[in-house]
Ligand binder design. Structure first.
Ligand code: ADP
Ligand code: MG
Length: 424
């Protein structure tokens, strides 16, 4: 048996709370269940902002037929057994109350085929009670349908936000999980219209760019067990900041405000933090939207450093206004590093990364940009090197390759003069 009941002392330690207050809360619980079930593909469908109908379908491991009636019982979960498990939690769900709560305030159909079973089963649930379970042919995976949320709680139903508001929330929610799980394909339908259809991709950057339809810079920094991976939009657009901690979308006001300040108002900033589980407590909020961090100061420092590391670099195009001279090729070291003098500095530029960036800004995907770029160790002619240098100064980001690696190292000439004891 996979589903177990949590012992009383564990139940008491899990902060109770209303998990389901809206259709988007439902969608969140269901998507998290699908991800916990190792789904590669998740399809979400809503009608009337989810008030009328919600469907979340996945191709995950499925629910064992014997477990099917148990999943809607309170505190039934296959994810933790002991209180200590809460400390080392990697799954999205763990309280065992998502399906239970939804089932009590809606009509539900849960259909599932467990991965080692020949057939699937469909279970109808009303007000928390099983109406029937019957056999049903279906592929491996799980499909949960929620009809008429809060039909039995008219006051709550009246308090639901407008259809449009709920729809927008659900779109944002699906976006969040799509951002953090690029290897999973997501599709969202609303009132019969396709809103999102994202293929599975390997590179998180590709997913970010697919979703926002604009170019992003990638920043990486890791220290003391904390890892920051952030994506910043290149173009100046309407701002949007998103924060994820250990693959969980979170709304930690303090950090969000902080990131906004560092990044500026008019950028899209997607920030993924990874840290050891003991540094956080995800159990402070019933919907797990917020987490408590043990070392906020350190995290902030790391975030600002990773962002500033990019920002403090002078923008080549800005400097162009002052000096019209073109970069002067000094030479090429080991058929890999182009050395150029430009304005008041000496630049050591990686030939592969440079051409990769040029290809990328011409519109190739990061993968194709890389493949078609000259390799390190391949011989460039002087003419070719000069051409690359010329294009370099026109790049919108002349500092990093599409994956976020710095493509050059700069030494101010002043520094060279100083080191050899000569005034410039
Ligand atoms: P929790 O996610 O906290 O464990 P839920 O009430 O959301 O609690 O789900 C109860 C259990 O039902 C899960 O622990 C899991 O075993 C099973 N389950 C729910 N949704 C799915 C799904 N999409 N695929 C496979 N198993 C599922
Ligand atoms: Mg759950």
């Amino acid at each position: 048996m996979l589903v177990k009941f949590l012992p009383e002392e564990v139940r008491a330690k899990i902060s109770a709370g209303e998990v389901i207050e809206s259709p988007s809360d439902c969608v969140k619980e269901l998507i998290e269940n699908s991800l916990d079930a190792s789904a590669n593909r998740i399809e979400v469908e809503i009608i009337k902002g989810g008030k009328r109908y919600i469907l979340v379908k996945d191709d995950g491991v499925g629910i064992h037929p014997e477990d099917l009636p148990r999943v809607i019982l309170p505190f039934s979960t296959s994810k933790i057994e002991r209180f200590e498990d809460l400390m080392s939690l990697r799954s999205y769900g763990f309280r065992g109350e998502g399906l239970h709560t939804i089932s009590r305030v809606s009509r539900m159909l849960i259909s599932s085929r467990f991965f080692n079973q020949e057939t699937g089963y469909e279970m109808k649930v009303e007000e928390g009670k099983v109406v029937y379970v019957r056999e049903r042919g279906m592929p491996v995976g799980t499909k949960v349908e929620v009809f008429d949320l809060f039909y039995n709680l008219p006051v709550r139903r009246n308090f639901l936000k407008k259809e449009d508001t709920e729809r927008t929330r659900i779109i944002q929610l699906v976006k969040s999980y799509a951002l953090v799980r690029p290897e999973v394909s997501f599709r969202l339908m609303s009132d019969g219209k396709e809103i999102m259809n994202l293929p599975s991709v390997k590179d998180p950057k590709e997913r970010v760019e697919d979703i926002y339809n604009t170019r992003f810079e990638e920043l990486l920094l890791e220290r003391d067990g904390i890892k920051v991976r952030a994506f910043l939009s290149v173009s100046q657009k309407r701002g949007e900041i998103r924060l994820f901690i250990n693959s969980r979308p979170v709304q930690n006001r303090e950090l969000l405000e902080y990131i906004k300040r560092v990044v500026g108002n008019r950028r899209i900033g997607i920030c993924f933090l990874e840290m050891p589980q003991y540094m956080l407590d995800v159990n402070v909020h019933p919907k797990k939207w917020d987490v408590r961090l043990m070392q906020v100061g350190k995290v902030k420092e790391l975030i600002s450093e990773s962002i500033k590391r990019k920002a403090y670099l002078p923008s080549l195009s800005q400097e162009k206004g002052h000096y019209s001279a073109e970069p002067e090729l000094v030479g090429i070291i080991e058929s890999t590093i182009i050395v150029a003098k430009w304005m008041d500095s000496l630049y050591f530029i990686d030939q592969h990364l440079l051409e990769e960036r040029i290809n990328y800004e011409k519109g190739l995907s990061s993968e194709r940009a890389c493949k078609s770029a000259i390799k390190a160790g391949e011989k460039l002619s002087t003419a070719q090197a000069n051409k690359l240098l010329k294009e370099w100064t026109k790049l919108s980001n002349p500092h990093t390759c599409p994956h976020g690696r710095p493509m050059h190292y700069r030494i101010p000439l002043k520094e060279v003069y100083k080191q050899i004891g000569r005034e410039l």
